[in-house]
Design a protein around this ligand. Sequence first.
Ligand SMILES: Nc1ncnc2c1ncn2[C@@H]1O[C@H](COP(=O)(O)OP(=O)(O)OP(=O)(O)O)[C@@H](O)[C@H]1O
Ligand SMILES: [Mg+2]
Length: 429
Amino acid sequence: MLLLGPSGGGKSSLLLAIAGLHERSTGAEQEGVLRVEGEAGILFQDPEAQIVMGRAGDDVALGLEEHCVPTAEIGARVDAALRAVAFPYGPERRTDELSGGEKQRLALASVLALRPQVLLLDEPTADLDADGAAHLYAALERLSRETTVVLVEHRIADALRLVDRVIAIDGARGVIADGPPDTIFRSASRELERAGFWLPDARVARSRATHVGAPLVEARDASFRYPGARAAALAPTTVELREGEALAILGGNGAGKSTLLQLLGGLLAPSSGSVDASPLDRREPAPARWPARALPSRIGLAFQDPEHQFIARRAIDDVLVGTAGDAAARARAAGLLERLGLAHLRDADPHTLSGGEKRRLGLAGILVAQPRALMLDEPTYGQDLATFREIVTLLDEERVKGTAIAFATHEPALVEAVADRTLLLERAA
Ligand SMILES: Nc1ncnc2c1ncn2[C@@H]1O[C@H](COP(=O)(O)OP(=O)(O)OP(=O)(O)O)[C@@H](O)[C@H]1O
Ligand SMILES: [Mg+2]
């Protein structure tokens, strides 16, 4: 079953309820009856939220131990689950040293290993590369013969091969469509599109061509190795980013996309080679040596996991963190929240937002400081068609202003809609 709904429309809340995880959360109100036959296993939208152990194999084994699987069987089931998601490392790999997609693969392995009767998957391919997604769908096709699968996905074209039934929900309105995919997308497609749902053949218009200006940030043979790591996370890379240009950084999970964005954004200093942003600071070309408070108005970086950048208790305060908090900044912040469909959440705790809302809040917090260059790590995951289009429009306006944009993504629709140029990274040997 494919569960569709706009960003913030209640999809993850429904999955959590089916998994029996709401009762324990404080202050939540529930009405009605929920009956679940059998045991449900759930993959959270944010894979990091369910990885608890220090080593990958232990993380998969934990659930099996809790289910009293005989010790002699556990090793084989851990290995099989890691293979099923094509986890690129052995069971000893440290879980705090994984890329976003590698974390998603590991969290999936932990759920699959349990062989639940009901499998609840919240955007399981959001951080996966094309290979990883194909792998997952092959595994689901095998499983779905005996397992009930509930899938939340925005990239629905691939999911449709697997699905017998589609249910569309929309917040307070509840279920707005329920039936086999052919029927739903034939009879209800107009209404769904108006409500902002992705449809199998949705197109996002290519944005306007802009004037590309002078280089702003340049990496020259820049490589990076995390402290203590055996292999480099990023092989020596040379790339230049110009004013008004949008560069898509592509590559498989673990190829070094997030690492490169953090080098270009001044959060990491290269292990060899250099990063030069001298047009933004004549005296100090290396962004990693700038004082932290100088960064937001020069180069904005939106993390792959937006939670990593939230520090305030209210959404609006979080957006204002990188600004002087003056009247102009407050007006820009309010405008961004409005355009990104977050105005009603201005006083909410950022951590209580839906996955797609967190993503947009993270973007607002970067754009508000009006940086000359934007580094965006997976800027559109969790977005419905309407919010995706709004993000594309915002990025387009930035390019017209001359902002340089680099973004990492696994979404072909985003590359098609905004990229002037692509850079394909390959995992360092
Ligand atoms: N904090 C860390 N410590 C050690 N190694 C890390 C750390 N973060 C990432 N790595 C490793 O560095 C390599 C590059 O990771 P990076 O996060 O840049 O990949 P990515 O291309 O962004 O992948 P994804 O598509 O999964 O987001 C991978 O091998 C990853 O396992
Ligand atoms: Mg990444």
